[in-house]
Design a protein around this ligand. Structure first.
Ligand code: RP5
Ligand code: MG
Ligand code: MG
Length: 279
């Protein structure tokens, strides 16, 4: 696969930190590079030791490459290497060390719910794309508040949480604004979406995410699952409302030209292929 790219974005998100510039041919750790002198950066929020973050290396004894109590420190990419007691990004150099905005040393596990339906015309027939002649999928997309980019409404797997729960919880928080509605409204919504989320879904991707928050010692990994509302009468009818770290939410046509956060475009390409839809 191509070397990670967004993980080398010149400026570290939410900071004034410039990454050490890493050319494509120096990404891999196997390339000897004595001149490589990245800055260490940990966001002040992470330093405050919130529940979702690890302490500093040295002040605790994490068990890497294993499930460490409630925290899954295994990687979908296989066993990761350690250097000076710190995990090494399995995809190579990023131009910054420490954890940046990420809470965990090593893999930070997320889940990405990709909820889709077919785009239909006024008569309810599937819309075919003018060029590819294939039916067009739409997915529930949120505009992230942190960077303004459109994305899948994914989020971090809480310690000890099952991924299937994270998928439904993050979708509800970010696309249905479940955090601020009344308990009775919440019950109604979760009733209607639980059917869709109870279906096994199509596991689209499992592994490293090329996320701009990644560092040499901390990185994002995800399980992306597609829940498809084929008839368009279950989740499609729910009123979308942006919540939590989402500023906007809407159904977006699945199309290769639409730019998305991190590796999310890659996930949607896989969904389109699987459903024989336009891409
Ligand atoms: C991405 O960050 C994942 O693919 C997921 O969509 C997201 C999780 O982080 P937050 O949305 O919680 O910031 O790498
Ligand atoms: Mg969230
Ligand atoms: Mg999120």
């Amino acid at each position: 696969s191509a070397p990670h790219f967004k993980s080398r974005c010149p400026q570290y998100p939410g900071s004034k930190i410039n990454r050490f510039l890493v050319p494509d041919d120096k990404v891999g750790w196997s390339q000897n590079w004595p001149q490589y002198k990245p800055l260490s950066y940990t966001d002040p929020l992470v330093e405050k030791k919130p529940v979702w973050a690890d302490p500093e290396i040295g002040s605790f004894s994490p068990k890497f490459n294993t499930v460490d109590g409630a925290v899954d420190r295994t990687s979908f990419e296989g066993s990761y290497k350690m250097e000076k007691q710190k995990p090494l990004n399995p995809r190579g150099r990023t131009g910054v060390t420490g954890r940046g905005l990420l809470g965990r040393w090593g893999p930070n596990h997320a889940a990405d719910p990709i909820v889709t339906r077919w785009k239909v015309d006024a008569k309810g027939g599937k819309t075919l794309h003018s060029v590819s002649k294939r039916p067009v999928l739409q997915f529930v997309s949120i505009k992230r508040k942190d960077c303004g980019e459109w994305a899948v409404p994914g989020g971090m797997v809480d310690a000890g949480e099952q991924v299937s729960i994270t998928l439904q919880r993050e979708f509800s928080e970010e696309a249905l604004n479940s955090l601020v509605i009344t308990p009775s409204e919440k019950a109604k919504i979760s009733d209607r979406i639980s059917k869709l989320f109870k279906s096994p879904g199509f596991q689209v991707y499992k592994g490293y995410v090329d996320d701009p928050r990644n560092t040499d010692n901390a990185w994002m990994e995800t399980v992306a699952v597609n829940f498809h509302d084929d008839s368009g009468n279950s989740v499609s009818e729910l009123p979308l409302q942006a919540g939590d770290d989402a500023g906007e939410v809407q159904w977006v046509d699945v199309d290769s030209s639409f730019p998305l956060y991190a590796s999310h475009s890659h996930f949607l390409e896989l969904v389109a292929k699987e459903r024989k839809a336009h891409w």
